[in-house]
Design a protein around this ligand. Structure first.
Ligand code: NAP
Length: 260
């Protein structure tokens, strides 16, 4: 299926690895020119090289910087230029006990996982409306639907984003803009490996065994891959998905046990 977005321009934030990278790769394979960001230059340039090899013919630009800062966002927006597709992503907040979190921990989580995507949407939405086409996908977490107690910072900050997006998506729907949240369950990325290595105590075969054991707890019998996550992201950006907006799309191999 041709997603009808060939030649469009995307800004994919936090995309040198994992779910952001999977999303940039899938968009590029659909013929979308991508600007990808991350803080670490080396991994970012390696990611850009992989995308160029997999999708010759598209333009791949890189911006090294922290997307949760004013400078990082300004640089990303200026390098990306005209943005038809915005994929919001950033690292997730650390786990912990809410009794240990002070105001600055909450502000940091809100900055990364609520305010940054809102400010980036603000920067692009009116220009998208003028062109009568826009796609915004926010990479959030299944924890918005089924909160994970140790990830309280993530549960709280991301829920705030979802509440805001529910309103904004309806305000801009008539302008050809869709805004959806893509909620990952468990995907085998570096982040998941770090959370499963029990504070660095598990390495090599022991870590592989733990990953295999944990994967059996997912109804699908495995963790998701960044590639399949990216393909769903690309679908949400497609012309076929033009009537789908304000939705929270859970991608979790059946892990969430509810009917709704
Ligand atoms: P990952 O494999 O660790 O990749 C994170 C990517 O984001 C890297 O490219 C990283 O590069 C970049 N990044 C992190 N902080 C950034 C910042 N402040 N500015 C710019 N780039 C930044 O993580 P992932 O598993 O793909 O997770 C992506 C998001 O999905 C996270 O918010 C995570 O909490 C959420 N999530 C993931 C899962 C899962 O199972 N994987 C489940 C639920 C939710 P640099 O470090 O070089 O900046």
């Amino acid at each position: 299926m041709d997603f009808g977005i060939r030649g469009r321009n995307a800004l994919v934030c936090a995309a040198s690895k994992g779910l952001g990278f999977g999303s940039a790769l899938a968009l590029a394979k659909e013929g979308v020119n991508v600007t990808i960001t991350a803080r670490g230059v080396e991994t970012l340039e390696a990611a850009a090289k992989k995308i160029r090899e997999a999708a010759p013919g598209v333009t791949v630009k890189t911006v090294a910087g922290d997307i949760t800062t004013v400078e990082g966002r300004e640089q990303a927006l200026s390098v990306a230029g005209e943005i038809d597709i915005l994929v919001n992503n950033a690292g997730g907040p650390p786990p912990g006990d809410f009794r240990d979190w002070e105001r600055e921990h909450w502000i940091k989580a809100l900055d990364a996982n609520m305010i940054t995507p809102i400010l980036l949407a603000k920067a692009v939405v009116d220009k998208m409306a003028a062109r009568k086409f826009g796609r915004i996908v926010n990479i959030t977490s299944s924890s918005v639907k089924a909160p994970i107690p140790v990830l309280g910072l993530s549960n709280g900050a991301r829920s705030g984003l979802h509440g805001f997006i529910a309103g904004l998506s309806r305000q801009v729907a008539k302008d050809g803009i869709t805004i959806n949240n893509l909620l990952p369950g468990r995907f085998l990325t570096d982040r998941l490996k770090v959370t499963m290595n029990k504070g660095g105590t598990l390495q090599g075969e022991a870590l592989e065994a733990e990953i295999a054991k944990q994967a059996t707890t997912v109804p699908a019998g495995r963790f998701g891959t960044a590639e399949e996550f990216g393909q769903v992201c690309a679908f949400l950006c497609s012309t076929q998905a033009a009537y789908m907006t304000g939705q929270n799309v859970l991608l979790d191999g059946g892990n969430y046990p509810g009917s709704f």
